[in-house]
Design a protein around this ligand. Structure first.
Ligand SMILES: Nc1ncnc2c1ncn2[C@@H]1O[C@H](COP(=O)(O)OP(=O)(O)OP(=O)(O)O)[C@@H](O)[C@H]1O
Ligand SMILES: [Mg+2]
Length: 377
């Protein structure tokens, strides 16, 4: 076996793992679980193909721990977590589970396209902090990002954590909703109390991912959801109070903005559309995601960008990985496990495109347009 082919697989597994950890860190448990599962497949592949016993068993146990992790996350994303019954004595202790500590390596340059979104986020958060005197009427505290799934809303906040010197707190339905009555709204109050205290001296960003799940209006609600929503809105009002000169921001993200009620929207003055990638962005996404791989000369990234209207950024990443997996599968089938996978060809991409359909339909886009026309800003 050459070191190279093993390296290829390992680096692929690492990418999935890395991705999974990023997803997990920002609370995107569903994608995290998917990526752990993909990493586990690669580790299994490694384990089956490298017969020396020690490596095989290491890969196998890596694969198993990835599956275990995925199962845990899948479970958590369905069931609300029971939150610890922390006392009030220590504010930070009470909200520790919501504070994002370990920084990932994602930077703004890893978020392709979306320059306006990056710019707006930086301006909204950093300018008031640097020059509060220039904002006599206060500044926007609520920022809503909305747009089709898989186009970078969660990713951009993961990058923001590394671009802004501040404290990030992550809140979503899974880590907030408690099975204990009254516990969830206490948590909301604690999060905001902590943020307002710390936010006097540095930016504190409360990231409300998948806001529709937490604060959307649904037909069948149990009391707990209504109380959490009310508590949240009340806390937002506190923040918006002109007398408060803190640097606390709430960034909410959703792919179903129509689920949010007007009470919620009123408190999010800044609304940013995070669009599906256009032709140029798709070309850049193909470039970015094929960088680690060997491409044959016939691969035409411009053509691929043209062929992928309606595909999300995350679709494009998956297309590249699927195309690469075709070359790996071929290598292993040929029995030449020592060898190096052949370069990815245009044909590989075209075959993958035949199977993988775009995840963003015209109707869905129209729905965002209509919503933007009414509520965008
Ligand atoms: N603009 C982008 N540049 C590079 N990669 C991206 C971009 N957008 C999405 N991706 C890839 O797709 C994955 C999923 O994207 P992300 O979680 O940010 O989507 P989202 O907009 O939050 O979707 P959802 O509405 O479903 O929560 C990212 O982890 C990343 O690998
Ligand atoms: Mg998301």
């Amino acid at each position: 076996m050459t070191v190279l082919s093993r390296e290829y697989l390992e680096s692929l597994a690492r990418r999935y793992l890395n991705e999974a950890m990023i997803n997990e860190k920002v609370g995107n448990k569903i994608d995290a679980a998917k990526n752990y599962r993909k990493a586990s497949e690669i580790f299994m592949m490694l384990s089956n193909n490298y017969k020396d016993a020690i490596s095989a068993s290491i890969y196998k146990s890596l694969a198993e721990s990835c599956v275990k992790k995925a199962e845990e996350l899948e479970k958590e994303s369905q069931i609300a977590i029971a939150v610890n019954n922390a006392g009030d004595n220590n504010l930070e202790e009470a909200v520790k589970e919501f504070i994002i500590v370990r920084k990932t390596s994602v930077r703004f340059e890893d978020v392709i396209g979306l320059d306006n979104v990056k710019q707006t986020l930086i301006e909204t958060i950093v300018y008031p902090y640097k020059r509060p005197d220039l904002f006599p009427l206060g500044w926007p505290k609520g920022i809503l990002m909305y747009g089709p799934p898989g186009c970078g809303k969660t990713l951009i906040v993961a990058a923001l954590v590394n671009e802004i010197d501040g404290i990030f707190m992550h809140v979503n339905a899974a880590n907030l909703m408690s099975k204990w009555l009254g516990e969830s709204e206490k948590k909301v109050a604690a999060i905001f109390n902590y943020a307002r205290k710390v936010g006097l001296t540095k930016p504190v960003i409360i990231f409300l991912d998948e806001a529709d799940a937490l604060l959307g209006v649904y037909e069948h609600e149990i009391g707990g959801e209504v109380r959490v929503r009310n508590q949240f809105l009340q806390e937002m009002d506190g923040l918006l109070d002109k007398g408060e000169k803190n640097f606390v921001y709430v960034i909410a993200a959703t792919n179903k903005p129509w689920r949010l009620d007007t009470g919620f929207l009123r408190r999010f003055q800044k609304r940013i559309y995070v669009p599906a990638p256009d032709l140029q962005a798709r070309r850049q996404l193909f470039e970015y995601y094929t960088k680690p791989f060997n491409l044959s000369l016939d691969v035409d990234l411009n053509k691929l960008a043209e062929l992928t209207e309606g595909y999300s950024a995350s679709d494009i990443r998956d297309i590249v990985l699927d195309a690469y997996l075709r070359t790996l599968r071929e290598l292993f089938r040929s029995g030449d496990v020592e060898g190096k996978p052949r370069p990815i060809s245009m044909q590989d991409f075209l075959e993958v495109l035949k199977i993988r359909k775009p995840s963003i339909s015209k109707e869905l886009l129209k729905r965002y347009e209509e919503w933007s026309a009414m509520y965008g800003s």
